[in-house]
Design a protein around this ligand. Sequence first.
Ligand code: ADP
Length: 682
Amino acid sequence: MNFIQTWSWRRWHSVWRRWSLWTLLVLLVVSMLVTMVWLAGRYEASQVQDKLERDTAGAVSEVRAALARNVQDLQALNAGEVGKEDWRVRAAELLQVRREMLRIEWRDPDMAILAHAETPYRNEYWSGNFREDSETHAAAACASARRTNAAAYSGSYFQVLGEGMGMELIEACLPLQQQGRFGGYEVVTYSLPYILSAQVSKNLTRNQEVSFTEPDGTRLALVGAAWRGTRVFSAQQLLDLPGHTLVLRMDSWHRAPSVFPNVLTALVTAMSIALVSVLVVLVRDNRRRLRAERDLGDALAFRKAMEDSLITGLRARDLQGRISYVNPAFCAMVGFSSEELLGLDIAPYWPPELAQEYRQRQGKRLSGAMPTVREGHESMFMRKDGMRFPVLIFEAPLINAQGQHTGWMSAFVDISEQRRIEEISRASQERLQATARLATVGEMASLLSHELTQPLMAIASYASGSQHMLEGAGSTPAAQLPAEQARDQLQELGTVMRKIGFQADRAGRVIKSVRDFVRRRDQAREAVPPQELLDAVLPLVRMQARKLGVQVEVVLEPRLPQVLCDVTMVEQVLLNLTRNGMQAMDEAHVEPRRLSLTVRRPQAGEAQDRLVFSVSDWGVGIPDDIAQQLFGAFFTTRPEGMGLGLSLCRTVVEQHGGQLQFSPNLPRGTVFTFTLPIAASV
Ligand code: ADP
């Protein structure tokens, strides 16, 4: 129980640790991926921003360069002695190529217009009062230009250009030098949107928008951006013109920039997805592994429980004969702990006197010379305290998962208890046999008295006859008797004495046969001719037969082989069976009373290595209900019976490897049959 608790706690601990590690890993990977995606997005945004800044700076410098170029072109208009007409032609040519200029005026130093030209592209828009509205701006620019003696610009202003349309304009004023003196101005009206479209728009991308704004953010002019995305980037640059400062602002739109801003981010995202998939696969694999581990743990626990509950000792040896495994039952059996046994090739539980033999046996087993038999063999082991005990060993080759032979597995059963029980039952059996024999003896005592009366009475009468004879002879002196008569008397006396001797001999034989039977002999099997077995019991059988008026017949096949048996016990069986048969006939009150003893060779279908003995009577027979319990100890139908005879007979016959059977003897009576092994064939 304690072990299971510790084990399950450990298991939960390791499971928890593993899961927390996995969770940490997943969290780390996810946060790393999020950071990477975020960084990639930011990097991409900064790239876009940088480019936009560069584009804006480029656009500003382009505008500035264009305005500077325009200043030179404007100065060229008044180069040399130029008439108003010439000037107008030159101005018209310039306006043709410079779309951003709407109008050029040549003014004298007092700002009076000497000549002017207008852009050929937008004439229709000019309204008559244009100059009145914008004169202040022109004047401001020119004042600034006069002051700095360089081109100067006015602030921007909105000019309505017919039908509600209009645009932001700006005035530029250029002071003119004529023969080293100040000779008036050239005033140019620029359209801010046209500056943008002429100078910047050709470099714009589809998603960019460029505008001029006031420093406060008010939008003045705008080009580009037919397409708008979801995310806008913007950059601003100051366009510092003498007399006025404009802000050039560039906006750029991007599509769904937050998730897949660009290829880099897409790549990172794809990698992240791959990583997450791998992670998922790993987690799944890990889960499967966990399940397998749990199953394995269960199987191990089951095996351990099974192993611990076994009472059979198990021991495994490798191919070199070293002990590689012992189970608790084995340790308990021999009294050594598993640490003391593992790795040893000479077992400490071998009794020293047998160790040599065991080593040879082990050598044979390892060399594969010994066939593997499923049946166990018996061996003697020694406990740690030196006590010997018998074991039954079953050996089997140990095959590993790859099908290789890696050693031997042996199972041991301690059979000392079994031996003890066998010993007890053998002793009790012997006592039973002795009791049964004594019972028989008791019965025989009455027979003996009957049997002994005859010779004793004969002896007594012979003795008194002889006495008479001697007394008669005594009254007549021997010398008076005729010699012939005296010889006759002596002869008669001799005959009587012989008869007395014979009768005494007969009585002695009767007593000896009983004594022989009763005297207990050690069990020993010997080869005896069947005739001898019968001869040993026949005097006793005949004795009883005479009393009961039974005719005994003995039928022996000629030249029967010897049988191997415990003679005393078999004699007892024969005696029991014949006695039972005779009693059955006595009970039946029938004539003739016949008892037949036969010994024959086996017939076809019977065991060929045995002789068949049978005892047949013509008695009452055995009814079915009695037949069931016939062989039970203490079963009897007779008041003076012990009920031990048949059970003893069966035991004896079975000990000889045979079977005691009975069948009806037609038309009346019973036949008891048993077999004994033929000596030569054993
Ligand atoms: P016991 O002779 O002391 O009664 P047994 O074991 O020899 O004990 O016999 C048990 C019983 O079996 C007898 O009491 C008798 O009823 C029956 N029996 C044995 N032999 C015969 C036989 N040849 N014919 C009929 N009955 C028999």
